[in-house]
Write a protein of this length. Sequence first.
Length: 365
Amino acid sequence: MTMDNAHGGSISSLDSLATRLSLTDDELKWREDGLTVPLLIPEYYFALIDSSDPADPLRRQVVPTRFENIPDVGEDSDPQQERSYSVTARLIHRYRNRVAFLVTDLCPMYCRHCFRRRFTGKTVGPATDTEIETAAAYIGDHLEIKEILLTGGDLLTLSDTRLERMIAIFRRYRPDLVMRLCTRTPASWPQRITDDLISVFKRNFTAPYYLMTQFNHPKELTTRSVAAVAKFVDAGIPAMNQTVLLRGVNDDADVLEELCDRLVASRIKPYYLFQGDLVTGTAHFRVPLEEGLRLEQELRRRLSGLAMPVYAVDLPQGGGKVPLSHCYLQGRDADGAWLFSTPDGELRRYPDPEVAAKHKVSETT
Ligand code: SF4
């Protein structure tokens, strides 16, 4: 199955979108330029949008606005400096033990908040066999690499045949390599996930796969999308979700609580909640950090450990990912015991066994 024959149609221009939705002024004034991603909304996803609501959270993720054409201070088209960490045409080696491979720049749907817009949707197309071989050979020479993120773009825009050829090449060099399948397709185009597709992974199962999804709002968790993920999970491929914290989409404790609870009930582990990257033209999506920290604290009160994602920020200038949380550790008291605030703001004392023992000895001598 390929994108062309199975997409079920999609909307790809402002003019055609205007015949289906009553566009706002801000939406009508969007201009596609080198820094934006193209407009592409699959019919499946479009049907989930409430056309009478200009603030619909799914509409905000896929219908462009003029704010994308306004760069903000501190923004960059490549805030994680992936270009400087590229070791081959498509391979990024930023962390010692894992690499990211840019399978293709194409996606079934383009998200207005996409952090990799320097590459995404530029119609470069899938990696060639030579590019895959070169990347696989690099990984074959670097045994410290334990995991590969197959990303882009969206790897599930590849045909089953092409996908299998790529996986087989990587497996030939490194059968032990853990593969993360980074895809938004279960949310944007779940019809793509067929038994034939799952067989591609089953036939090449020499090491674990992890499905890395991106569901940002409970409305995206439809019966179809949940069934699509279930195919992976039933095949022994665990599903982990990475949500992007987005202004006007999910910057609300009730929405995030419902999303995380429903993900767990759908056998998808909420993994990360990402603070928006400093990508050019996305300031209107970014939630102030202070507000994000408040949301994290509220979620910790409401959610189980299983349902709680790690709130994290990918630091600019390629600084890497760091977790963000309200500071629960408050310091130490005069006896050396640790002082914590509970999620409800109360104070608790934790006497460290070693310190307490030392304290006892000094009292008796
Ligand atoms: S699916 Fe991923 S790569 Fe594609 S536009 Fe959305 S965020 Fe970007």
